[in-house]
Write a protein that binds this ligand. Sequence first.
Ligand code: PMP
Length: 359
Amino acid sequence: FFEQVPLAPPDVIFHLTATYKADTFPQKVNLGVGAYRTDKGKPWTLPVVKKADEILHNDPNLDHEYLPIKGIPTFTAASAKLMLGADSVAIKERRVAGAQSISGTGAIHLGALFLSKYYPKGAVAFVSNPTWANHKAIFNNVGIEVADYPYWNPATRGLDIDGFLGALNAAPNGSIIVLHACAHNPTGVDPSHEQWTAIADVMQAKKHFPFFDCAYQGFASGDLAADSWSVRHFVDRGFEIFVGQSYAKNFGLYGERCGCLTAVTRDTVTAKRVDSQFEKLQRSEISNPPAYGARLVNIVLNDPVLFAEWESDLRTMSGRIIDMRDKLYKKLIELDTPGQWNHIVDQIGMFSFTGLKGR
Ligand code: PMP
């Protein structure tokens, strides 16, 4: 039967990376894949990750046993704390459920799968236009229809807040709204606190379900709390939410596939039910998550000294990105480049919509 299988096109970004690797031009630069590079164009292993690695490998009890189905319990608890804040009321009230996932992609997949089973049928998931290409594919794969909401305003090279709010208002009540918690991919444009508040107002009135995708906490501004402001704001206002976390970028653990899906629910009993379904779904999907990356993150998140070192590593990465934006901006101005370029420095994180057109 294989002969009827159509040929799928290659993934644009990863195909570009393969072409880049094969190219012998010495001054080549890869602006495609969202992975941090040093000044020498090399991947960076965070110093704190090296330390955690040593601790891990000196542990005489280290083995290769299966993790629990929902992953390392101290890891998922620390991930919720990192996202919602150490003094989070939702955590204190024990109305949080969580599962370790195959990085951010796996967190969104597990959340989408959960929604496909338990969210009212027919609900549409709205994603920003533009967004990370995988969002649509992940929701479609579990049978959830995807539509988009306006996000990028080419005229201002900033946020189309009116279009965004208009689409939230026009969407059927109880729609699923996928939100980038910070450092929007691919535009680098984030809503301000006032704009997030307006977004939450409409979503509350329309009873929409917020599904946060947080792939860049601490990587955008260098400040972990500032980068999760949006998520905490929604939780403070009483929303039930999903939030998918990725440790690919902020720990530099791209290939280790380490992430977490957290649900904030209305009460403890509900959280327990959600947790039980996470376990059931995860069992049939992957049985147990991979151990290595989560063990490293677990060590760092639960040790105050290493945590502080991680924050410093984050500032190194985010600081360099900010510095590079600054240098590019200054050079464009110095060269009297026609047009306005302030969006280069106003945008945040590793992505930038330059406003330049391809040929
Ligand atoms: N969401 C967004 C917006 C992303 O940019 C990425 C990484 N490119 C992810 C999720 C998830 O990536 P990963 O599965 O590698 O954690």
